[in-house]
Design a protein around this ligand. Structure first.
Ligand code: BDR
Ligand code: CA
Length: 307
């Protein structure tokens, strides 16, 4: 079986780092490039984290390129209160020695997808700024991607505001352009990702991975606690779900929908308005996760990296 090729645009980020680890450790996936965007923390830090993870995990032949520092039109927002000021919680990795790719992330996305039309899956787990800029510069990106999967949005709730999820809220104008680019957006949103929480039983299975589990996976997967949630069920690993979708779509129950992004609302900016009854869908929305199957799959891949 040939591995599915994957380009990951991300803002590491606790869960982005865990998504990178999954893309690296799943033998059914081939990570072909990592591009970074400012989001959870500033671009300098998301890029440093991606470079350090590349060397620490050992996928040193995969290019890493930096893209947009901030959104298309709005002021930059971050989620440092969730991910820590550096972006990956308490984890400290050895400084990277290998260089950043000299190209801008937008050029790397375009060139990589152009080189193999229909073969490379594009996954975005940060604000959609780089993707929107790539589409503006080369609309055929939407034809060339084998699929386009995002972690972002929701159809019932937000996490940054009552209406909006962080990745969409951070750059609603970019997200709106991306949803209208003529491709199918697989919207792995909060309604899906909040089904897979790192509870004590999952944490124990992560610890059983040994050094990788103790020193990287558990610190990334348990750093954040919501002080306002009395029913705290564990940290979510949102971005991991988006990468998992490429390899294991069978774990997801998905429904077509029309998704439009609110850019004008005073209280609803960044809301992904999802119409499951539309006759002109532009998105496929995973709504239900096989949670046990998901963890068996993810932890099985991590175990390979750990050994
Ligand atoms: C998303 O926002 C970020 O904080 C996470 O990395 C994830 O991509 C969840 O809303
Ligand atoms: Ca992210």
């Amino acid at each position: 079986m040939t591995a599915a090729k994957l380009l990951l645009d991300c803002d590491p980020g606790l869960d982005d780092a865990l998504a990178i680890l999954l893309a690296h450790s799943d033998p059914a996936l081939e990570l072909v490039a990592v591009t970074t965007v400012g989001g959870n923390v500033v671009l300098e830090n998301t890029t440093r984290n991606a470079l350090e993870l590349r060397e620490h995990l050992g996928f040193t032949d995969v290019p890493v390129a930096a893209g947009a520092a901030g959104p298309l039109v709005r002021e930059a927002k971050n989620a440092a209160e969730v991910h820590g000021p550096g972006g990956i919680g308490d984890v400290i990795l050895p400084p990277a020695t290998l260089p950043l790719d000299p190209r801008n992330a937008v050029d790397l996305i375009i060139e990589t997808l152009r080189s193999a039309p229909g073969e490379i899956h594009l996954v975005a787990t940060g604000p959609m700024t780089n993707i929107a800029l790539a589409i503006r510069q080369e609309p055929r990106v939407a034809e060339w991607a084998a699929s386009f999967v995002i972690m972002g949005g929701s159809f019932t709730r937000g996490n940054t505001t009552p209406a909006a999820e962080f990745n969409i809220y951070a750059d609603p104008e970019a997200a709106a352009e991306v949803f209208r680019a003529g491709w199918q957006v697989v919207m792995v949103g909060l309604d899906l990702t909040l089904q897979a929480l790192v509870d004590d039983a999952i944490k124990d299975r992560m610890l059983a991975l040994g050094t990788l589990g103790r020193e990287l996976v558990v610190p990334l997967a348990t750093f954040w606690k919501d002080p306002q949630d009395p029913d705290w069920g564990g940290q979510a690993v949102h971005d991991v779900c988006a990468v998992a979708y490429i390899s294991r779509p069978d774990l997801f129950t998905s429904v077509p929908a029309r998704v439009e992004v609110e850019t004008a609302g005073e209280w609803t900016a960044g809301m992904t308005v999802t119409d499951f009854r539309s006759s002109i869908p532009n998105a496929l929305v995973p709504v239900k996760l096989d949670v046990a199957g998901f963890w068996d799959y993810v932890l099985g891949c991590y175990a390979r990296a750990a050994s």
